[in-house]
Design a protein around this ligand. Sequence first.
Ligand SMILES: Cc1ncc(COP(=O)(O)O)c(C=O)c1O
Length: 403
Amino acid sequence: MSINTKGFYSTLAVKMEASAIREILKLVQNPEVISLAGGMPDPATFPTEELNEVVKQILAKNSACALQYSSTEGLTELREFILNWLAEVKEKAGLDNIMITSGSQQGLDLVSKVLLNPGDTLIVELPSYLAALNAFRSYGGEMVGIPMDDEGMQIDILEETLAKLKNDRKKVKFIYTISNFQNPAGVTMSLARRKKILEVAKKFEVLILEDNPYDKLRFEGEPIPSIYSLDNEGYVISLGTFSKILCPGLRLAWILGNKKIIEKLVIMKQATDLCTTALNQLIAYEYCRQNDIDKNIESNVEIYRRKRNAMLEALDKYFPVEVIWTKPQGGFFVVATLPEHIDTGEMLKEAIKENVAYVPGGSFFADGKGQNTMRLSFCYPSVEDIDEGIKRLGKVIKRRIKN
Ligand SMILES: Cc1ncc(COP(=O)(O)O)c(C=O)c1O
């Protein structure tokens, strides 16, 4: 008989359980099922040949560095490249303000580790990125949600909430926002709101954690300066990643922020993984040095724009009038809101029977609401599958509305 492991777990491990939805989504492995659930980039966007070329060169000429530990901050040449490449941070950030992480998910974990004590409050958008909520939860962060509209987080409600929390003597550590093409809602924060959120953060002395993985995947409209670039006082920590613009398999991302906070994050990262793999950092660096990453991003934007259009057209065609949805100008996701009485978590089994999957919205809402919402991703499936998937889902929803 094997050992009973139950008595060994930390309080945290006991608390964190695999969600029922995750279990259901395992069924999505079935090739018959069209998945509008996952947020994986389209592999057609990976520059495989160019990466193959730089990997060969690195291993032939620079294996001593590539196969060695790197510094915890990350390779200087890669950090310098990122600082120069991101035009809006060029003037304001130096090497002391940037570190490399093994994916932005590690950034979320490290920031939580540095800033949160169990019971500390933080602000999140309603809805927000599930794996970030789980990172915050795992350090005992208590989340207060702020609703969004077409311009992103509603700052008047944020201000009222922060005033109330201050009155209740609750320590609020940071405001978490995904400012561009939000995951899951697809909403982008307007410039006016970005300026206002910064003002409010300063007034209440709260940090801002700006998670920005989709900013370069804009299909239309003018880019909006990041909150990080608008800040001159070190209130904003910004997360960027190569996952959506190069490939997620390298697990490469960066954190920009106040020098003092970066120092703490580096100390925490040492305890986590010592360093991000040098080989992968060199691959990204050499790829960017020898190729035009912006050009690759432009052609990826074309691919995702076509898919976004296919999804919005299909939604118009197949979804009943009772359903509304967001219209993202970039990124990977749309959120649809169904009539209140429909629980999308419960409806998922029926959708899978019709060979289509989505992510029920409830798990994205820190306040436990949003049961009548769903996240639909257009990043991975083909244009044809998007059309067919939305058609199948439309049928399921229409049936539910009738009953
Ligand atoms: C908002 C957001 N933050 C962070 C991540 C994690 O990105 P990475 O692959 O860099 O860990 C994702 C991935 O989907 C995301 O959507």
